[in-house]
Design a protein around this ligand. Sequence first.
Ligand code: HEC
Length: 257
Amino acid sequence: MNGSEGSESVAGEQLALAIYAEVDEGVHYLVVKVELDGIPVEGIGVEFFQVFEDGRIQSLGRDVTFDDGTAAYEGFDDSIPDAEGYVTVLVRVLAPKKYVGIEKQSRIKHPNPITSVGAIGLDAGEGLYKQHCASCHTIGGGESVGPDLAGLKARIPGKDWAIAFIKSPREMIKSDDYARDLRDKYPMEMAPFESLGDSNISLIVDYIFANDAGQSPESKGFSIPLPFMMFLFTLAMVFIVVLVVWFGTKANRNSAV
Ligand code: HEC
């Protein structure tokens, strides 16, 4: 169990909310335990929220406490962690009327280690990308303040290069010709993202690579996609077969006369 330690009385009432994360048969739950003077209360309606760094609040779900005083949101692993791998959550009491508006905010360790890759990892990468990078970059949507990241994978040496660059573009410019050319091409230099940490940057790069389709807009016009090549090839074969059959029957007919 991790989460806020113990409970805390809110708004003068003795109603206390304690928030923690729990795993049951591989499913991650965000749990709130509601107690009145130390006794679990049943039938308290609560809503779970995620609070993002920019102050945005997103509802995760609602539940009502059981006789042990707990209510839960199932799927805590779907939430998006912040740069340090935490999720800021807020639990607000919806009912009964007497307690409406009582709430508690807590910073909880995200249940999935943020180095994990996979569906969850990519979701986290997407969230981080949208939060930190999308203001200056697109992936396939054309130049913005920074370069279009479509085809990134193909034009840089690899993932390590990407991570090193994102951590500190200026360091990279010192030692790398490609980075220097980039800087010369754009009026501004990208800020360092060292503070995000390697594992978060790695998730962002995975997200970019998974979506960059290996094709930049410049290269699109020149290559014929493989399926289309296969189609043309099949068409040619069918044509040849038809010709052969046609000539064959014609020859037969001629010899029959
Ligand atoms: C304030 C605008 C801005 C933000 C935010 C920003 N970038 Fe950049 N980025 C740039 C600029 C400008 C360049 C090109 C000039 C340079 O190299 O400094 C660039 C270059 C890059 C490159 C090299 C591109 C290529 O075509 O080879 C990568 C990779 C990159 N950024 C990734 C990211 C990632 C990942 C984030 C989010 C963590 C991010 N950037 C956030 C402005 C930004």
